[in-house]
Design a protein around this ligand. Sequence first.
Ligand code: HSE
Length: 292
Amino acid sequence: MKVRIPATSANMGPGFDSFGLALQLYNEIEVERIEQGLVITVDGEGSEYVPLDEQNIVFQAIRYVFEKAGEEVPPLNIHIHNEVPITRGLGSSATAIVGGVLAANRLLNDRYSQQRLLTFASDLEGHPDNVSAAMLGGFVVSGQFAAGAAVLYKRFELPKEFTCVVAVPNFHLATSVSRNVLPEQVKFCDAVANIGAAGLLVAAVASGDMELLRDSMRDLIHEPYRMPLVPGMEKAVRLAREAGAFGVALSGAGPSVIAFCDENRMERIRAALFAGLAEAGTNCTTLVLKPD
Ligand code: HSE
């Protein structure tokens, strides 16, 4: 069987580890039973970095679901075709986890509900934001209040004119590195500001109010700490906002920067992101993507 899983942009500013947006850029994973052994092949983006043995994330996700089911993983042929850039903050590991979890469930004759599968995926990833959007598509708000607890989620459609411009720097940034710069505690007033921004952002998406989105996509609990990891990000955000973006955020743990706009402004915003990053010596490619 074949599954197609979208790239995702997590956090969207204030929704750290909770908000995820699926994008129209996909990885494909094909899994079939074979007589014996494990055969893994990969092509496309970053394929040279993907392990072809039991360390492979797709295989590990399949094995995790079989362990939960109390069954042995059968001999498998796994083929992965990647379009999503890896370690760039666009949810490439979530595609592998969700693809593996969905493939395992089909091999097990659809034993588990979507919520169970999402909980498996979130436990594997360590947070639910990317995996929720990768599994459900659209803009998803999710929460998991303890490891193993059920992931709660709500999916929203975005307005049709909503367009994403993504600047993808030409360096890798592991999520673990980007999480290590975060403080153990944040100031109470910053947490309060983020709660307000996150609530307003959901209200903006639910009501299609893009002006409210512009004002609510602000974060004080992770982006200020991560910005130094992406030279030029501060300027790129400012220029993209001045060029009319609805909002600009670090995509997931970075280093990609994502701006939201309508179709008329995407060229100006693409140029703004590129220029802001380039001024600090950060070369990037830019992608224009619609929400999945
Ligand atoms: N919410 C996660 C983070 C997404 O910002 O660290 C990255 O996987």
